[in-house]
Design a binder for this molecule. Structure first.
Ligand SMILES: Cc1cc2nc3c(=O)[nH]c(=O)nc-3n(C[C@H](O)[C@H](O)[C@H](O)COP(=O)(O)OP(=O)(O)OC[C@H]3O[C@@H](n4cnc5c(N)ncnc54)[C@H](O)[C@@H]3O)c2cc1C
Length: 286
């Protein structure tokens, strides 16, 4: 396990990068972890971010990243699948590696993915978001991976390697990086079936009997990421100090609600970083 960081920031969009530079300015150690891609990169033209009239989202994002790099922060690329509160610190599962931090800032944007019918009801009873966390439970059993995240192939190969009978389902065609003995189905899961536990999934007209489903999206609903995190209409509930209901976890940007705009995201990133720094200072002086 790595050395404990003061502030772990999840998400490398405008909110996460703003939190990162402001945390560094407060003298705190920072670990920034982010899946590839963010919403701002999709903006063809941004006209309402002060000081940058007529700039593309990609150009603006490059400037944000350049600023953070100049202060020694760049995002470690990968997906956080789980954050475990442990009293005075947190354990973060980052692509199967466990990282420790005193505080966490969630800057994860909005998870737009629609849930699959059956997903929420069977979560923890055959549905999992993390192959490296739960894979061992399925050794010798039949599972599918529904893979939209970058690491889906890696995770599928991992499951195969530990003796899980795994099939990858994904849109598009088979990747050459997928181990040759792993079956591949091009398509999407329509429904997850099961009463007390997962028993099958549907793909188009077919029903496939399985005991587990690993859903690997690049983003995860906040309440699935952190057990006990309070949300409202899908957004993380925060105070005006960007505190969540879990002491030590702060949130910033689109994930806390509307307006879904860059200025709000960077402003909230600043507040979250300052409050996280204050929280650390207060706990150290106790
Ligand atoms: C087409 C388009 C045009 C837009 N135009 C404008 C505009 O003109 N002006 C304006 O103000 N706003 C605009 N926006 C909105 C703006 O892009 C967002 O408000 C802004 O990007 C929010 O920043 P954020 O950091 O909160 O989230 P995001 O930019 O979405 O960043 C979230 C980050 O978290 C990462 N992440 C999520 N889950 C995980 C996880 N489990 N583990 C690791 N990383 C994770 C994501 O990969 C991403 O990098 C536009 C958005 C779109 C889509």
């Amino acid at each position: 396990m790595s050395k404990r960081t003061d502030i772990a920031i999840i998400g490398g969009g405008p909110a996460g990068l703003s939190a990162a530079i402001n945390a560094v300015a407060r003298g705190k150690s920072v670990q920034l972890m982010s899946s590839v891609g963010n919403n701002l990169e999709k903006a063809e033209n941004v006209d309402n971010y002060l000081g940058f009239y007529k700039i593309s989202g990609t150009e603006l994002m490059n400037k944000f990243e350049e600023h953070a790099r100049a202060l020694g922060v760049s995002a470690m690329k990968g997906r956080v699948s789980n954050i475990m509160p442990l009293g005075d610190h947190f354990l973060i599962n980052f692509g199967g590696e466990i990282t420790e931090s005193t505080t966490v800032i969630l800057a994860i944007g909005v998870a737009k993915a629609r849930q699959i019918p059956g997903e929420a009801d069977l979560l923890g009873r055959g549905v999992s978001y993390c192959a490296t966390c739960d894979g061992m439970l399925y050794r010798g059993k039949k599972v599918v991976v529904w893979g939209m995240a970058q690491d889906a192939i890696e995770e599928t190969n991992f499951l195969n390697g530990i003796g899980v009978d795994v099939t990858l389902i994904a849109r598009g065609s088979r990747s050459s990086e997928l181990k040759a003995d792993i079956p591949f189905i091009s398509g999407a899961i329509g429904e997850i079936i099961g009463k007390d536990r997962v028993t099958a999934v549907t793909v188009g007209q077919d029903t496939i009997e399985v005991q587990g489903v690993f859903i690997l999206r690049s983003s995860i609903a906040p309440s699935s990421l952190v057990p006990g995190l309070e949300t409202q209409n899908g957004y993380i509930k925060v105070t005006n100090k960007m505190e969540t209901n879990i002491p030590g976890i702060f949130a910033a940007g689109d994930c806390t609600g509307t307006p879904l705009q860059i200025s709000k995201a960077t402003g909230e990133g600043l507040i979250a970083a300052q409050q996280a720094a204050r929280y650390i200072d207060a706990s150290q002086s106790k």
